[in-house]
Design a protein around this ligand. Structure first.
Ligand SMILES: Nc1nc2c(ncn2[C@@H]2O[C@H](COP(=O)(O)OP(=O)(O)O)[C@@H](O)[C@H]2O)c(=O)[nH]1
Ligand SMILES: [Mg+2]
Length: 447
């Protein structure tokens, strides 16, 4: 897989930073120097590297220090954010025409992977977007080209339109559009010819095809293995043909990956899909954020940090600490804890993001968001006074709450018991050595 070596190098830089409490300017500079070298070695365009480092350095110095992150983590987060930004930020989806059929035109040099990409894309559209694509053979110069499209079309189980012996690609495309309208094909994918190099004849043909079919998407297919050449090709295609996006193929190879990191910045055009293998199923929508995290080898830890930061304010955390110290958790705390966890998203997803958690091991665990919903229903059926003073919940109150929340009295009993147990646990903790530490801290605060 591409990026392996870049990922390794960056991860090594960060390993050195991670454990440190504070970073000196010298340490930051040294880290930046190593990041720069790693990017250059990965064949990232040197102008891109220069700007990237400047941005990261500026942020690393200027960034307000978040309480929850160490300086090392902070820098990793900045690099991750900037890598994501570099590759296009949020990622751009394929656009469909308001009035079908949507025309998608492929362009690119010979061997880049256009014909394969046509069939791969058709398969994605069929499966994920419930479209009925039609492939069109507009590479008329090599007899084998039409055949190849027919073969991959058959594998993907999508129809292929071609005109035997016809040399006029505009005519083929126009007839294909008629065919599509008649047969209910809502997407038309044009496979086109490539050359070994960009030449005028090739561009001319593509421009005529574009004018005749008014494509919603013109996707440039480039081969990641050709590195900066691919970026240069993309740049001139972008200028002459006004492409709408890029399909980067062969990212499964051990290319250093620099092209994928540079192409957006150099051409201004987003990568929309990446080819991850020769098989027809090997086309993935491109997500800059996921790619950045993949390069940095951190799974989704960063989004976990983001989410935690959103959900808990510092004030809230302090208040909770105070109550825990006094073993006086009430139902308001219970409720607000649950709501904070909810803000972070479905429990199951959160748990899967924690590094070291084996997703398979979770399969049998019942992480029930509905259970949280039921608890919430019970608590919100209590009066504010009851929530703050769980001790007054006698039988008649419990019956009222059960009726109000649509739960059984047993459920209410169980919840009350849970809270009691929690407080009991806190009491035990508070008598232990940990508690003495916390008490000291508490006294200091009160001064
Ligand atoms: N490993 C790998 N090979 C690919 C990928 N995409 C295309 N290829 C191979 O690249 C070669 C050229 O592909 P083709 O679609 O014929 O290119 P075209 O000349 O642009 O139409 C074929 O052997 C494909 O199997 C990819 O994402 N990964
Ligand atoms: Mg081809």
């Amino acid at each position: 897989m591409a990026f392996e070596s870049l990922g390794e190098k960056l991860q090594n830089v960060f390993k050195k930073l991670k454990g440190k409490g504070k970073l000196t300017e010298k340490e930051v500079n040294e880290a930046m120097r190593e990041v720069k070298l790693a990017l250059l070695e990965a064949d990232v365009n040197f102008k891109v590297v220069k700007e990237f480092i400047a941005k990261v350095s500026e942020k690393a110095v200027g960034e307000e220090v978040l309480k929850s992150l160490t300086p090392g983590q902070q820098i990793i987060k900045i690099v991750d954010d900037e890598l994501t930004e570099l590759m296009g930020g949020t990622g751009e989806k394929l656009v469909f025409a308001k009035n079908p059929p949507t025309v998608i035109m492929m362009a690119g040099l010979q061997g880049a992977g256009k014909t394969t990409a046509c069939a791969k894309l058709a398969l994605v559209l069929k499966k994920q977007n419930a479209k009925r694509p039609l492939l069109v053979a507009c590479d008329v110069y090599r007899p084998a080209a039409v055949k190849q499209l027919c073969v991959v079309g058959e594998q993907a189980e999508v129809p292929v339109f071609y005109l035997e012996g016809e040399r006029d690609v505009v005519k083929i495309a126009k007839e294909a559009m008629e065919h599509a309208k008649k047969h209910g094909n809502d997407v038309v994918i044009l496979d086109t010819a490539g050359r070994l190099h960009i030449d005028e004849e090739l561009m001319d043909e593509l421009i005529r095809l574009k004018e005749a079919t008014n494509p919603t998407e013109i996707l440039l297919v480039i081969d990641a293995m050709t590195g900066q050449d691919a970026v240069n090709v993309a740049d001139s295609f972008a200028k002459q043909l006004d492409i709408t996006g890029v399909i980067m193929t062969k990212l499964d190879s051990d290319t250093r990956g620099g092209a994928a990191l540079s192409v957006r910045h150099v051409t201004g055009k987003p990568i929309k899909f990446v080819g991850m293998g020769e098989k027809l199923g090997d086309l993935e929508a491109f997500h800059p954020d996921r790619m950045a995290s993949r390069i940095l080898g951190m799974g989704d830890v960063l989004s976990l940090i983001d989410k935690a930061q959103e959900a808990f304010s510092e004030q809230e955390a302090k208040e909770l600490e105070e109550k825990i110290r006094k073993s006086r958790l009430d139902f308001n705390d219970f409720l607000s804890q649950m709501q904070q966890i909810k803000k972070m998203g479905p429990l199951e997803q959160i748990i899967k993001m924690i590094p070291g958690v084996d997703a398979k091991a979770l399969e049998n665990v019942d992480i029930d968001d509905r259970k949280m919903g039921r608890i919430e229903a019970i608590i919100t059926s209590m009066t504010p006074y009851e929530r703050e003073n769980p001790g007054i919940l006698n039988a008649s109150r419990r019956i009222r709450i059960a009726n109000g929340s649509g739960m059984r009295v047993q459920d209410v009993n169980q919840l009350v018991k849970q809270l009691e147990q929690m407080n009991q646990m806190m009491k035990n903790v508070n008598r232990g050595p940990l508690a003495r530490k916390m008490k000291k801290k508490g006294k200091k605060k009160k001064k």
